[in-house]
Ligand binder design. Structure first.
Ligand SMILES: Nc1ncnc2c1ncn2[C@@H]1O[C@H](COP(=O)(O)OP(=O)(O)OP(=O)(O)O)[C@@H](O)[C@H]1O
Ligand SMILES: [Mg+2]
Length: 589
């Protein structure tokens, strides 16, 4: 039973929606109560009909005859009414329990999604997208099968079994025992078959997600594939995965094909037993033919609950495995925000003896960095590729965490500031641009917490030199830019993400090499534009080239994670060989 313990965490939902479950179970009971009357009425109807056929040959039996006929018709009507009532309550039991499981599914999906948003970057680096997607789709749907159908069928099995068997017992003890003998076998074999079906389904799901990933990567990398002439190897690979899927699907189809024949076989055996033993009892005069019919109906009524016991047990096991994965994930440590102070930036920010090492690296990405950032000044970070520019910017934007004493703002550890309040005052443009498959406008407005007027929008487009590009797009700013912005050039993507950042009412702007794909003329136009709005704001911009940083108040030179020089362009060009080298080499290129 301990394998089912993960399902305990769903009890809060059972409690939250208790009335749906309680009324649903009440409907299960009522539908069973009405269905139990049907075989009784059938037996009485048949026995009446037999009686009619016997007495119709006797003379002067008119009164008896019409009395029995009325009775038989009465039973017919009663069967109809019982069947209707049973149907009505079955409808409500589904409505209440199964439909309710959709509500819980909705709640759970939202709970998971909120959790995803709370986890930090490390988590996303360590988990595959496909896996995260499975959690929110497949696992939740497995759990829903437990909360809806499984609970409903268990309640149904319980009540129908008790009612039917006790009714059978009242009619005939011996026959009841005979009928019950094959049922545990039926239940067990269906359980085994369902388990096999589940395993088969799982394998197919995994294979399907391999295929989806392959197809997705192929489409994303179609340009590389075509230009390297790699079509045939990709095709072969896809074909192999397809074959594997076909093999697994055929295996599953074989097992699936067993399900109903198995049920029919075991049910057939029970029916033969009823007919044989029942026939003997009729011969002895202990049983009427109506009783035999009644028993066959009971048997039919028992088959489904008994079969579904096996099926439902397998479903519950599957749900439990899924809920365990969900629980593990919900238990993932969230980024706890230790800070509670409202962020403000009055004088300066400082990095003090800062070292930074990535988990999977054996050297420091930044070593012993000490810097001062004064409010209202502009800074440049320059260095070769891999020198630590992005790492430094990510630390400043609190994407990467550092020790309490290593990063201070106005003398207060930055960790003391509430993260959301801190972020609301930071505009960060990351080096590898991410765009959503939405319109240009919506991409710029991501995260905008207030109404943005058209003039403001036009202003940021002008500042990031996007205006003239937009004229070339069919729908202007409303143009949908395709998956991750495929329809934009590298420089356009960068300027778009710059525009997105400029729209923020930030104190500190952190731009990570965000003009690397923009031509020199446009770059200097943008830099000039930015200089007009830099007043009172703090700007930090990294670049592997010197050109965009010329006017910065201070430039930091990074070499392999170490800060080797600082000063303005004039100073560095005079005093620093490396900087001179960078400057000259780039002018040549
Ligand atoms: N997420 C990461 N995990 C592990 N190591 C990383 C990660 N990001 C960067 N690094 C390593 O840290 C070092 C500094 O990288 P960083 O991205 O800060 O350099 P950069 O100066 O921005 O380079 P570029 O000009 O190419 O953008 C490199 O050695 C890099 O391999
Ligand atoms: Mg970088």
């Amino acid at each position: 039973m301990s394998s089912l313990s993960p399902l305990k965490s769903l009890n809060i939902y059972l409690l939250k929606y208790r009335w749906y479950f309680l009324f649903g179970i009440l409907c299960v009971i009522l539908s069973n109560v009405f269905s139990i009357y049907i075989p009784v009425f059938v037996r009485q109807g048949i026995d009446d009909a037999l009686f009619i056929s016997r007495i119709s040959s006797i003379p002067n039996s008119n009164i008896l005859y019409s009395g029995a006929l009325m009775n038989a018709m009465g039973f017919g009507l009663a069967i109809l009414i019982a069947a209707i009532l049973k149907g009505v309550f079955m409808y409500f039991m589904r409505q209440l329990i199964v439909v309710n499981s959709r509500r819980i599914e909705f709640d759970q999906k939202n709970q998971l999604f909120r959790k995803y948003l709370k986890l930090d970057e490390t988590f996303f680096r360590n988990n595959y997208t496909g896996d995260l997607m499975n959690r929110i789709t497949e696992d939740i749907s497995n759990v829903r099968m437990y909360l809806g159908p499984s609970i409903m069928y268990f309640a149904n099995i319980l009540f129908s079994f008790v009612l039917i068997v006790s009714q059978m017992w009242m009619v005939n003890h011996t026959l009841t025992m005979w009928v019950l003998i094959p049922l545990p076998f039926l239940s067990y074999s269906i359980y085994r078959v369902s388990q096999k079906i589940n395993i088969g389904n799982k394998k197919i799901q995994e294979q399907l997600s391999t295929i989806t990933t392959k197809a997705q990567e192929t489409f994303a990398g179609i340009r590389v594939i075509k230009s390297f002439g790699a079509e045939s190897s990709f095709n072969k690979d896809f074909y192999q995965s397809g074959l594997e899927l076909r093999k697994k699907s055929l295996e599953l189809a074989k097992i699936n094909a067993l399900f109903f024949p198995l049920m029919a076989f075991l049910m057939g055996i029970s029916t033969v037993i009823v007919l044989y033993i029942g026939g003997l009892e009729v011969e002895k005069g202990l049983f009427t033919p109506g009783n035999v019919a009644e028993f066959i109906i009971y048997l039919n009524m028992l088959i489904w609950p008994v079969a579904s016991l096996g099926w439902t047990t397998a479903l519950v096991q599957k749900a439990s495995a899924s809920q365990k994965r969900i629980n593990d994930f919900l238990g993932e440590e969230e980024v706890v925000d230790p800070g509670n102070k409202e962020f403000s930036f009055e004088k300066n920010a400082q990095l003090v003896n800062l070292n930074y090492q990535y988990q999977d690296k054996n050297h420091l990405a930044l070593s012993n960095i000490s810097l001062e950032i004064k409010k209202g000044m502009s800074y440049g970070i320059v260095g070769k590729t891999g020198s630590g520019k992005s790492t430094l910017i990510q630390i400043l934007s609190r994407q990467l965490a550092v020790g309490e004493s290593n990063y201070l703002v106005d003398g207060i550890p930055v960790l003391d500031f509430e993260l959301s309040s801190f972020r609301s005052k930071i505009a960060y443009v990351q080096q590898d641009v991410f765009l959503f498959s939405a319109s240009i406008k919506d991409n710029i407005l991501v995260g905008a917490s207030r109404e943005v007027s058209d003039t403001e929008l036009e202003e940021v487009l002008r500042l990031s030199a996007l205006e003239s590009d937009l004229k070339l797009f069919k729908d202007g700013i409303e143009t949908i830019i395709g998956e991750r912005g495929v329809s934009l050039s590298g420089g356009q993507k960068q300027r778009l993400s710059l525009a997105r950042a400029l729209l923020r009412d930030a104190e500190i702007y952190l731009l990570d090499d965000c003009l690397s794909a923009v031509d020199a003329a446009t770059e200097s136009r943008i830099i000039e534009n930015l200089s007009t709005i830099q007043k009172n704001k703090t700007w930090i911009m990294s670049s592997h080239r010197v050109a965009p940083l010329l006017d910065s108040d201070e430039i930091w030179v990074l070499e392999e994670g170490t800060l080797t020089a600082r000063g303005n362009h004039k100073f560095l060009i005079k005093n620093n060989h490396f900087y001179q080298w960078l400057n000259e080499n780039q002018q040549e290129s």
